[in-house]
Structure formats: C-alpha cells, structure tokens
Design a protein around this ligand. Structure first.
Ligand code: ADP
Ligand code: MG
Length: 482
C-alpha cells in the first residue's frame, strides 16, 4: 500500500461449484451451459409440493475438501433456509447451512515469493446456487436462465487474514489448484465455478481492531479482484483521512471503469429470516465414512511441492510448473520412477512434452510415450551417445511417430549416434585446417572465437554426430600445433 501507516484487512467468501452430475437437491443435470432453461424440473423451479433430496456426491466432495484443509467435520450437520426475494430464486429461499455447517476451522497455506503463510478458514458450508439473470440482452427486458438454479456449491469463509491483492491472488490460485487436485470442482473462473466475495477494511498499522468493512460481490477474475481491492483501499483511506466513516456496504465492481459502487446496504442475518429446512433431515457422517474419505485423498499440492523440491531437488520454478496440473505432476512422478536424472526429466517434461501436448491439444495423460522410453532418451543424451540437438530435432519426433520402437535402435537406424572416435574426428579436423589456412592464421594470432567456425564445419562434415567435447579438444590441439 502506498500509504504505509495503513494496513489492508481482507476476508474472502469463496464459492466453489461442485463437480457433481446432478443438482444439489434433485436429479437435474448440473453441468455448465446447455440451452437456457433446459436443465430444470419441477423441483428446481420451486413448484409447490416438490421436495428436496440431499445429494450424496455433494456431501462427499464437501467432506473431501474439508479433510484436505484440516477442518473438523461436523458429524451432524443441518440445512437451513435463507429467505430473500429475487426473480432468479424461484422458491423464494436458498437452501444453505447456517447453524451447523459441514466443516469448521482449517487453513490453507499460500506461497508468497519464498515464504508460506497460513490463511485460516472460519467454516465451509454447502448450499445451492440461484439462477442467472441477464439484463443486457434487451433494453427494457431481463431474462432468466434457471439451468444454474440448484447447482451445488460450497462456500468457504476465511478469517480476515489476508493483507493485499497479491495474497488474495495467491489464495485463490492455491484454492483452485486444491479443488482440481481433489476433483471437487473444475475451478473454472470464467465459467463461474470459482468466484469470491471480497470483504475489505483498512486500519492503522499495528492495530488489531477490525474496522467496518465493505463487501465486493462476485469477483470472477484475479485481475478484477486486485483492481477492486486497490480502488476500495484508496477510497476507504480517503474517507478515514477526511474524518468520515466507512459505511458497511455491499458493493459491485465495474471492470470497465475500475470503480466500485454500492449495490445495497449490508444485510444482517436477521434480514434473511434463517430457519431450519424442514424438508431435509440432518446429515449424519459416521467415523468410518470420514476415515474412508480421508484414506482416498490424493497427495495434496503442499506435500507434492515438498517432494519435488527436496526428494527430486528441483527448483521452485520447475516444481511450480510441474505442479500446475495434477496430470503433469503424476506424469513426472512416473517418469522419475524410470530415470534417476530428475533435472533432465523435469526439463524434458517442461520444455518438450508440455508444449507438444499443447500443440496437439491433448492432456499430458494421453502422451503416447511411456516412462521407460523417455528415460532411455534421457540416458542417450546424458551418456553423450546422441547430441542434444539431434535428440530433440530428430530422435524425439521419430519416437513420437513410432512409440513402440526402442530409442537406441531408432537412433542407430537414423544414424544419430555421436562419435567420439578419435581417428575419424582427427581426420576431418585436419582436412578443415588444410582447407582454411587464413582462418587458421587468424586463430593463431588470437581470434579464438573462430573455434566456433571450425566446430561448425566439423559438425557439418560429421553429420552432427561428433561428440562436441571430444571434437573441441582435437581441434584446439591441432590448431596449437599447426
Ligand atoms: P457476513 O456473514 O455478514 O457476511 P462474516 O462475519 O461471516 O459476515 O464475515 C464474512 C467475511 O468477512 C469473512 O471472510 C470475514 O473474514 C470477513 N471479515 C469480517 N470482518 C472483516 C473486516 N473488518 N475486514 C475485512 N474482512 C472482514
Ligand atoms: Mg456474507
């Protein structure tokens, strides 16, 4: 923050759309998209007499995320009704969890440069989404698409532990990665599967009081979150400095202007007349159920980072790229089961395999070469049998064309095996020096850079098969004594 006597205090309410097949309380298709108002039924339209039914998959995904975040799981948790009127909420209430949410406490570690910071979670509750109102299709009409109405969400409420836009960005990035690793959600921000409300207040540095805050609604990109925070911090400092109070408000952020504006006065819990949902019994989770979900958790990103940077001694940069997607991390972990050269394996995945998959528009899980084949390629390079250039320009594409062939046999058939055969290289080197006497003289007068020229010639004549180290040695020796 420009003005260092102030500190920014931020807490997030993160909404994650769960990757269930059906909606939270009925069998409607929960997938994103579809023609407007096609993923609906009497239940999601809120017709009188219809009854909700809890979704087993929603509960399992909520439990999985809670356990991964170290929350305590509320073994008896209950649903409540949150009442409000809006055209995209056909029932007139949202089914949510108020008194007994499924997860309490927990924390998520975020990485800020080279340090880690733990952001505490207040609780996580299950709820259903509302429909979507579309106000910009016609000047005097609004449209409503209820495909999203009743889709299962988790709301993750953090403690006000975040201190800047950068920290919010790191938190959302880590949360996106976690929900994708856990296969709890696709974490797609553009499609709204991951979005957050940002609560912002400002106080003097060193103070521990929580001042009145504003809540910026439904931010679905990190760029906008940072802009909204910057704007809001400046606005609140301005108010404080001119002796005014910050009003508790719910704000909308307009990405076109970069400005927040009041949406409504902040509502209190009593405005919603929360009461227990009479149509759904409490969700009771047994210890054996929790143990089963816990046992099935995959390796989590934080532990994986540790493995990559300590056991495999990768840099922070390499580890971060390999971890971005779980499929890439699994691919790498499999590859190093076959190859002891961890760094070369990381380079191969990052510089060759990922770009190739991107070009082919396939997931790395579908990459056609097996771990042992790739390990053999790495070994050919490491042992100096195939030059780096020949390996990636010729051998790698040949392997992709014939995934079943052994790399060594392929390299031999393509004539790519480097030679460190002294006599052969000696003969070519001597020919070159005879052919370019002027260059030899210049070299001997001190223009040592010409070694590159001689090496170029030698590589050409050996068809790229000369072992560069051996060849350089031979050339230098001959030039000295020529
Ligand atoms: P409500 O239910 O009214 O939205 P909560 O107390 O549950 O309010 O808090 C919602 C979010 O606001 C939480 O993420 C919390 O960390 C954050 N928050 C609470 N007080 C402050 C504050 N003074 N400044 C910034 N964030 C805050
Ligand atoms: Mg709130």
């Amino acid at each position: 923050m420009a003005n260092s006597i102030y500190e920014t205090v931020i807490g997030l309410e993160v909404h994650v759309q769960l990757a269930t097949n059906s909606k939270a309380f009925c069998a409607d298709d929960a997938s994103f998209g579809g023609d407007p108002n096609t993923h609906i039924s009497a239940v999601s339209l809120g017709h009188p007499g219809t009854l909700p039914k809890a979704n087993r998959q929603q509960i399992e995904l909520a439990t999985r995320l809670g356990l991964a975040l170290g929350c305590s799981i509320n073994e008896t948790n209950t649903f409540d009704r949150k009442n409000y009127f809006y055209a995209d909420l056909p029932k007139g209430y949202q089914i949510t969890q108020d008194k007994q949410p499924i997860c309490i406490g927990g924390a998520l570690s975020i990485k800020l440069g080279n340090t880690w910071k733990s952001i505490r979670i207040h609780h996580i509750h299950m709820e259903e989404d509302a429909g979507k109102s579309i106000h910009n299709m016609a000047p005097r009409h609004s449209f409503i698409d209820l495909n999203r109405a009743g889709v299962p969400l988790l709301e993750i409420v953090t403690e006000p532990d975040l201190r800047s836009g950068e920290e919010v960005d790191a938190f959302m990035t880590a949360m996106r990665q976690l929900v994708r690793y856990l296969e709890v959600s696709d974490g797609n921000m553009e499609e709204g599967s991951l979005r957050c409300d940002v609560n912002i207040s400002v106080r003097e540095q060193g103070s521990t009081i929580l001042n009145d805050r504003c809540e910026v609604k439904n931010v679905n990109s990190m760029k906008f979150a940072r802009q909204a925070i910057d704007y809001e911090v400046r606005r609140q400092i301005g108010l404080m400095e001119s002796g005014q109070k910050v009003k508790q408000q719910t704000l909308n952020f307009d990405p076109n202007t970069g400005v927040t504006s009041p949406l409504r006065e902040k509502e209190d819990a009593h405005d919603y007349r929360y009461f227990p949902e009479p149509d759904l019994p409490p969700i009771v989770l047994s210890e054996s159920y929790l143990n089963k979900v816990k046992a099935e958790l995959p390796q989590l990103p934080a532990a994986l980072y540790e493995t990559l940077t300590t056991q495999y001694q990768l840099s922070d940069y390499d580890a971060s790229i390999l971890m971005e997607e779980k499929a890439t991390a699994l691919f790498y972990l499999n590859l190093v089961q076959h190859s002891p050269n961890y760094k070369a394996a990381a380079n191969l995945v990052i510089n060759r395999i990922l770009p190739w998959c991107q070009e082919q528009k396939i997931s790395i899980a579908q990459f056609p070469l097996a771990g042992n084949q790739l390990a053999a390629l790495i070994q050919l390079i490491e042992e100096g049998k195939v030059s780096n250039t020949a390996a990636y320009q010729n051998l790698f594409p040949a392997m992709l064309a014939k995934p079943e062939q052994a790399p060594l046999a392929l390299a031999e058939s393509l004539n790519l095996i480097q030679t460190s055969d002294g006599d052969f290289l000696q003969k070519i080197a001597a020919e070159i020096l005879t052919q370019f006497p002027d260059k030899v003289k210049e070299y001997q007068k001190g223009k040592k850079g010409l070694i590159g020229f001689f090496m170029g010639e030698l590589m050409k004549r050996s068809k790229g098969k000369a072992d560069p180290k051996v060849a350089t040695g031979i050339l230098e020796n001959l030039l000295k004594n020529h």
